[in-house]
Design a binder for this molecule. Structure first.
Ligand SMILES: Cc1cc2nc3c(=O)[nH]c(=O)nc-3n(C[C@H](O)[C@H](O)[C@H](O)COP(=O)(O)OP(=O)(O)OC[C@H]3O[C@@H](n4cnc5c(N)ncnc54)[C@H](O)[C@@H]3O)c2cc1C
Length: 253
């Protein structure tokens, strides 16, 4: 059955990283009071190319539900059709989509969890955090601990850094751990691939973020990004005896 297409209008565009050509885009869905979805889901964008061929690409929603709006976080892929179309879009212009879709959502009941992302794989994690910790007063985390382990190459590509740092400062059960695979001199944070730190967090839990050793440690993992990283982390966790029901993932390629 053909899917019902909806139309989204770009209302704001923010360059997150010049070097990575990564943008934060805010869309409204005109004619709707609300656009509902579960944090972590994606929308499928649909557009024809110059020859009239229709292309469809998935993009994780980088926000929690908010009236009739949703945010995306995406970067240009060299030679790519859809990423460039979206990154070239200007406020006021529209694009068709269907959705929301997907099962990469926070599982209830919530348990202490590790959120692992690289690059624009941070998009659904931003949605999770916005849902769990909407502001300094509101908290839907039920006191569960969430470790966001975010990997990228260079410091300017730590997307939403101030946002996550603020959330971590407001909520002691949210732990924000960016790690750089190509750190510059003077970087005092974590270095290396995300995998390097997963085991440390599993073994030492709160100690990694300056607390007492071990308690609590994550009991579930949500992983998002390119397949190589997702596979490496899934193997790491299953190698530690984790059951596949504890591991949730979204692959971008
Ligand atoms: C469920 C899901 C959610 C996604 N969410 C996001 C998101 O939030 N943000 C985001 O930026 N992308 C996301 N993606 C990836 C996105 O759908 C596109 O694949 C990406 O934007 C490239 O599309 P394109 O049309 O520009 O490139 P294409 O024309 O499809 O491909 C051009 C070339 O780039 C390679 N390529 C494809 N995707 C990537 C990539 N992600 N990185 C590097 N090389 C690639 C292809 O192998 C090909 O050689 C998601 C994918 C899935 C499946």
């Amino acid at each position: 059955m053909p899917r019902t297409l909806e139309r989204a209008r770009l209302v704001a565009k923010l360059l997150l990283s010049e070097q990575a050509q990564c943008f934060h885009l805010t869309f409204t869905v005109p004619g709707k009071d609300r656009f509902d979805f579960a944090a972590g889901q994606f929308v499928s964008m649909v557009a024809p190319d110059a020859q009239g061929k229709i292309h469809t690409r998935a993009y994780s929603i980088a926000s929690a539900p908010r009236e009739n709006q949703f945010d995306l976080c995406l970067n240009r892929v060299e030679g790519g059709f859809f990423s460039n179309l979206l990154c070239d879009l200007e406020p006021g212009q529209t694009v068709d989509f269907h959705g929301p879709h997907g099962l990469f959502v926070l599982k209830e009941p919530l348990i202490d969890a590790l959120l692992i992302a690289t690059g624009t794989g941070v998009a659904p994690m931003r949605g999770f955090i916005e849902h769990l910790f909407p502001d300094a007063e509101q908290d839907r985390s039920g006191g569960r601990h969430f470790w966001l382990l975010y990997g990228t190459r260079h410091e300017p590509d730590i997307y939403y850094r101030r946002y996550f740092e603020k959330k971590a400062a407001e909520h002691p059960n949210f732990h924000y751990l960016p790690t750089l695979s190509r750190p510059h001199n003077g970087w005092e944070g974590l270095c290396g691939y995300v995998q390097t730190h997963v085991l440390r967090i599993l073994e030492r839990g709160m100690e990694v973020v300056g607390g007492e050793p071990r308690e609590p440690v994550p009991q579930a993992a949500y992983i998002c990004g390119l397949n190589d990283m997702v596979s490496a982390n899934r193997e790491l966790l299953t190698g530690r005896g984790w059951d596949k029901t504890q591991i949730h993932f979204e692959r971008y390629d």
